[in-house]
Design a protein around this ligand. Structure first.
Ligand SMILES: C/C=C/C(=O)SCCNC(=O)CCNC(=O)[C@H](O)C(C)(C)COP(=O)(O)OP(=O)(O)OC[C@H]1O[C@@H](n2cnc3c(N)ncnc32)[C@H](O)[C@@H]1OP(=O)(O)O
Length: 262
């Protein structure tokens, strides 16, 4: 597995119309009254939309044979927004494998994507690919050892993954009950990136910020979220950022998470 470290995944230019960032905003929980997110005349593109543009990079690593895409799970995500994405236009990106960690039972592949607009890292948790004598890598940061400063509720919709997948991540795990079973899930699950982005909308409101002013975001997908689940999101101030964790029925689903707004 170590041979994948440093592997160049190439460059890609993705072109889009304003329909995509609007559809994206609706898919992650924006409503018709969020005019800055859904009305082309006022549109500000959510920075997390960049992650749909860059989906080709982890997919390229799967196609190259590093892991089995049917059983590999998206483990963690980081995003740093460098400048606002255009309402429509082209974004050029380049990607490489930054790290391969050996977790014993699994390998974790880190795919780094860079562009003028953002930098992002995907961690892909590939069961059965560990035990190759590599470094274990860092363990996840724990949330602060004190009561949360705040709490939010995010209600996902039963149709949310079906909508979100139209933005580019069409892995069958999110729509097909048989594919979900192959990945060890009782039914199709939410895209981790959809859940994470859905949290940033009420999180921004709770900070008096605009969701399009997100500059940094990270989080670990600790357990699957199912379309229709209600999330409780606990938050801790960590100026200038906010730390958070999300749970469904006291089961932590997103851990070691952090967001910062300009
Ligand atoms: C193509 C798919 C796209 C998607 O969008 S999938 C949807 C989003 N993702 C999910 O829903 C995944 C939900 N997460 C999980 O189900 C679990 O979470 C995992 C199966 C990924 C891992 O759980 P477990 O096998 O029980 O791992 P452990 O025993 O807790 O930890 C073993 C080592 O693996 C590291 N690790 C655990 N979880 C993650 C993660 N999510 N991302 C990266 N690394 C992880 C830990 O730190 C530790 O290593 P250390 O002992 O060195 O600390």
């Amino acid at each position: 597995m170590s041979e994948w470290r440093g592997r160049d995944l190439g460059t890609k230019t993705v072109t889009y119309e304003d329909t995509q960032p609007i559809l994206y905003a609706l898919a992650v929980g924006a409503g018709a009254s969020d005019l800055d997110l859904v009305f082309e005349e006022r549109l500000r593109v959510l920075p997390t939309f960049a992650l749909t543009l860059a989906q080709w990079a982890p997919d390229a690593l799967a196609s190259a044979g590093a892991f089995d895409a049917r059983t590999t799970l998206h483990g963690m995500q980081r995003l740093r927004a460098l400048k606002p994405l255009p309402r429509s236009g082209s974004v050029e990106m380049k990607a490489h494998v930054a790290e391969v960690w050996d977790k014993g039972s699994a390998a974790v592949f880190e795919v780094a994507v860079e562009s003028d607009y953002f930098e992002a890292t995907w961690s892909l948790f590939a069961p059965g690919r560990g035990g190759f004598g590599g470094d274990r890598g860092p363990s996840a940061r724990r949330h602060p050892d004190r009561e949360p400063d705040g709490s939010l509720t995010v209600q996902t919709s039963p149709d949310q993954a079906a909508l979100y997948r139209l933005l580019g991540d069409r892995h069958h795990l999110h729509i097909d009950p048989e594919a979900a079973k192959t990945a060890g899930m009782p039914r199709p699950i939410m895209h981790g990136l959809c859940t994470l982005a859905a949290i940033t909308l009420p999180l921004a409101s709770s900070q008096g910020a605009h969701p399009a002013d997100l500059t940094e975001l990270e989080g670990r997908f600790a357990a699957p979220v199912f379309p229709g689940d209600e999330l409780r999101v606990d938050t801790w101030k960590d100026a200038p950022a906010t730390l958070f964790e999300a749970a469904v029925d006291d089961r932590t689903v997103i851990s070691a998470a952090r967001a910062r707004f300009a």
